[in-house]
Design a protein around this ligand. Sequence first.
Ligand code: ADP
Ligand code: ASP
Ligand code: MG
Length: 405
Amino acid sequence: MALIVQKYGGTSVGNPERIKNVARRVLETQQAGNQVVAVVSAMSGVTDNLIKLAKEVHPEPNEREMDVLLATGEQTTIALLAMALHGLGAQAASLTGAQAGIVTDGIHTKAKIANITPKKVHDLLDAGNIVIIAGFQGETPDGRITTLGRGGSDLSAIAIAAAVKADVCQIYTDVDGVYTADPRVVPNASKIHEISYDEMLEMAALGSKVMQARSVEFAKKFKVVFEVRSSFNNNPGTIVKEETQKMEDVVIRGVAVDKNQAKVTIAGVPDKPGIAAKVFKTIADANINIDVIVQNVSEKGLTDISFTVASNEAAKAAKVLQPVVKEVGARDVKSTEGIAKLSVVGIGMRSHPGVAAKMFETLASAGVNIDMISTSEIKISVIISLADALKAAQAIHDAFGLGKA
Ligand code: ADP
Ligand code: ASP
Ligand code: MG
């Protein structure tokens, strides 16, 4: 008997009919002779609505209370899916993240999983139940409800798969798998059959929201092989796993676009040692993740330091930097919206030169201006104007021949 963990995302459980569809699929998996754990997201739109609701009550909601609120989204779905399964005559029981034994640190709204003790999960499975677990949530050792960051149900599923030593981990979503680009952005994007953890991690971190980046990091660390596939058909999906030799033959695996970016610039910074350290220590202490960094030295001994952050953290970043600006005698700090990050990703880049040149030439031919550049061994990212993002993504995708034949 195999133990299978299946995760169903927001669209897949978006209305009562779809919840019943998921119930049928989960039951079929059990009836085929398996033990099944289903991890579910909030119904689509619910988390966004809860955030909106919170902001109508308070412009900067307390993060502990935010987690109490957001966790209700997934808690609704687990109960509904259990009821739908009961309606099909199945034996099923739901568990919140805390009940499933998911313990996290106390960084509210983006907590990290510390450990999982899945005793209750095993007990319920052994008693013949389909076990339904709320994604996206956990509990601190002292009993506070936490959430795992947007898209966090992916992380719940992969972490649970690792904890229960599942034989199979399937991430069911509203696309057939991981594509060479978001098919909603690049219509002729093609499905990738196999992708390495590192490529999937970069794609996710660079804006391909089909998987939450932290979930992929976790999968890589604990060697959880998983498949991304559709809950609306039976097509085979994309296998995400350790890289194989053959994967290096492909120069570019995919193109990612991140439209949720903002640029923070500290202007007129005296050019002396220790200032960048002070700036980025302040940002790190505020738990803000930074991305592309650029520092321009001007002739008068003053520099500008710019970096990008997720747009929902730009205001917080500018705010925590105000005192630093005063302290170091910089001119000011401001944040700019309206930018996007466009990236190409592929482990083949390590052995095939010329990717950057081709990318920049393609953007030049498309009349797209590059604002910032950042590279790693397996990716090249450029910051461009948001207005250019779609045409730039399509042009790059075409230039590297990634489209469907
Ligand atoms: P779920 O609710 O199932 O977690 P998400 O909305 O989080 O689903 O992720 C699925 C979406 O990710 C797709 O509908 C698609 O628009 C988007 N996406 C972005 N990049 C990619 C990609 N490279 N391949 C497939 N889907 C992608
Ligand atoms: N409901 C959460 C979100 O919308 C978590 C998830 O769906 O993965 O971000
Ligand atoms: Mg998701």
